[in-house]
Ligand binder design. Structure first.
Ligand code: B4P
Length: 192
């Protein structure tokens, strides 16, 4: 199975690259951001709680995210070719939990880190904010999300680097040129 963790700062293009990968490789796509936003849309009590966290640019607590991932892995179809984890893990604790959950199923995952300059991610998110209707796509919240990314999320790279499951690519290019780099890595992994 080809299990990919798409990693990067907010607005680095995780969701965008996931769509390209799904088209070419037919993997299942789990965007934790999308799962959380659909819970908010449902109007549930949990959704209201999540809304107040995300709209301030904060991370949803680890135990809730780990529960979502465990449930998702239990519901994968039998013919699943692999999973793209888009936006998960965002903390080292989430990474450790994912390793255990995958090991129990005789699986592992490799990380592809989309490195994008801060000016560029801010520009992309402000641009997305014009149409996304997302409460977290405004300048103040974007700055906070980037700060949390550097403090809490970035260390997750080291976790995968130590496990020799880490690839870094330059995500400053166009969507297509960025995908060309992702594709090169996936073709290599797929062969082995
Ligand atoms: P996410 O939904 O994961 O959102 P993101 O990081 O903002 O976006 P992404 O990197 O996918 O960027 P995209 O492709 O859309 O998370 C939202 C929130 O949910 C988090 O802040 C957090 O609160 C919560 N959350 C999610 N997962 C969590 C977890 N595991 N633990 C705790 N909390 C969690 O690209 C952005 C824009 O750039 C788009 O408009 C796109 O068109 C454009 N773009 C992309 N690539 C481009 C390129 N190469 N060139 C030009 N434009 C590009």
């Amino acid at each position: 199975m080809l299990n990919i963790i798409l990693f990067g700062a907010p607005g680095s293009g995780k969701g965008t690259q996931s769509d390209f990968i799904v088209k070419k490789y037919g993997l299942q796509h789990l965007s934790t951001g999308d799962v959380l936003r659909s819970e908010i849309k449902s109007g549930s009590e949990l959704g209201k709680e999540i809304d107040s966290i995300i709209s301030k640019g904060n991370l949803v607590p680890d135990h809730k995210m780990i529960h979502i991932i465990a449930h998702y892995l239990d519901t994968l179809p039998n013919d699943c070719k692999g999973v793209i984890f888009d936006g998960y893990p965002r903390t080292v604790e989430q990474a450790e939990a994912l390793t255990l959950l995958l090991e129990r199923r005789n699986m592992e995952a490799v990380m592809i880190d989309l490195a994008v300059d801060e000016d560029e991610v801010i520009k992309r998110l402000l641009n997305r904010g014009k149409t996304s209707g997302r409460a977290d796509d405004n300048f103040e919240t974007i700055k906070k999300r980037i700060k949390i990314y550097h403090e809490v999320t970035k260390p997750v790279c080291g976790y995968y680097l130590k496990r020799h499951n880490y690839f870094l690519i330059n995500g400053n290019y166009s969507m297509e040129d960025t995908f060309a780099q992702v594709d090169t890595i996936l073709s290599l992994i797929n062969k082995n």
